[in-house]
Design a protein around this ligand. Sequence first.
Ligand SMILES: Nc1ncnc2c1ncn2[C@@H]1O[C@H](COP(=O)(O)OP(=O)(O)OP(=O)(O)O)[C@@H](O)[C@H]1O
Length: 393
Amino acid sequence: MGIETEEVEKTRTRKRPRLGWDVAPSGLEAHQTLAKARRSSPPKRGDDHDGHYVFNLGENLTPRYKILSKMGEGTFGRVLECWDRQTREYVAIKIVRSIRKYHDAAMIEIDILQHLAKNEKGTSGCVQIRNWFDFRNHICIVFEKLGPSLFDFLKRNKYSPFPVGLVREFGHQLLESVAYMHDLHLIHTDLKPENILLVSSECVKLPGCKSSSDETHLWCLPKSSAIKLIDFGSTAFDNQNHSSIVSTRHYRAPEIILGLGWSYPCDLWSVGCILIELCTGGALFQTHENLEHLAMMERVLGPLPEHMIRRASRGSEKYFRSGSRLNWPEGAVSRESIRAVKKLDRLKNMVSQHVESSRYFLADLLEGLLKYDPSERLTARQALNHPFFSESK
Ligand SMILES: Nc1ncnc2c1ncn2[C@@H]1O[C@H](COP(=O)(O)OP(=O)(O)OP(=O)(O)O)[C@@H](O)[C@H]1O
């Protein structure tokens, strides 16, 4: 790892024998000069108005990396598929926006990635960092290239669920990765199907997926269930000062919403939300605001414990009546919101509706992961020992 400067800059400082103005380069030299020109970075151009690096497919990033396609985009930057001429492999390079806060956050992400890599024994299930460098004020993080995300798969299959056998395999690997991170005192804080990538892009097509319009579509299932975690941009060390709000809304634990502080258990709540989403095809808590979110939780999981309500932060008091009951449906912002909450079922019923085999164990595991009180929630290691994972079917 280290900072890789541009070839252009390096060659500028290197002394080369000067060609006389009237001496034409030999055939071989001309060929080499041309090849070098083709391999250098394009002339410097401005970033776009969001600070993203502007590129064309087929050109070089640095002379080492040739840009092949765009693989994704996030808040921090764009991820490009590139060919690494040195190692002769495809890689995914995250090119971070040239904005101070993203630049600084990327340096922290690199620290975390290196910490994860240092302790890696080949089983962590976390994406591998290959290299990093600063290119024209953009931090570039080079990763092993992975396939589509679990969310991409759900979307491609028109949000029809994964078979429970596959959910078991995903769940086990996901918990292994979370346990690995927690052992290193790291909390991911942004677990969601978008941040879980399949290692391979290969898939098998099966008939049988019915969409809401009742048309039969081809069901696309991954050929291999191997997955890896990505996006350590919000990962925190347990002993660090934490920002009070973390996680993407749908996967956010109740202790975060209530301002009670958070730690490792918030990752396990997210895992619970992810597993049920993989089994049903849709986000468990499809919401964008706190009161509705808490009402949805109560509908699915029963009343929030009083001791958590009593300790809720000042900002959360407005969600409760007489200090102990959720102000619902009185506090709802609209009828649609009340309807959206009513549409939800108890967790056990939801599992029974969508899952044929393993219902009991799956519902029991989910109940352990979705315990309101973080101190009662299963840890990653406890969840890995749950009977759901030892069943053969
Ligand atoms: N190693 C990889 N291989 C293949 N695709 C990847 C890889 N890493 C990231 N991607 C793709 O790029 C997208 C953005 O990556 P990532 O989530 O790390 O960026 P981000 O800017 O930190 O996102 P966010 O806004 O969620 O914080 C991912 O959703 C995924 O589609």
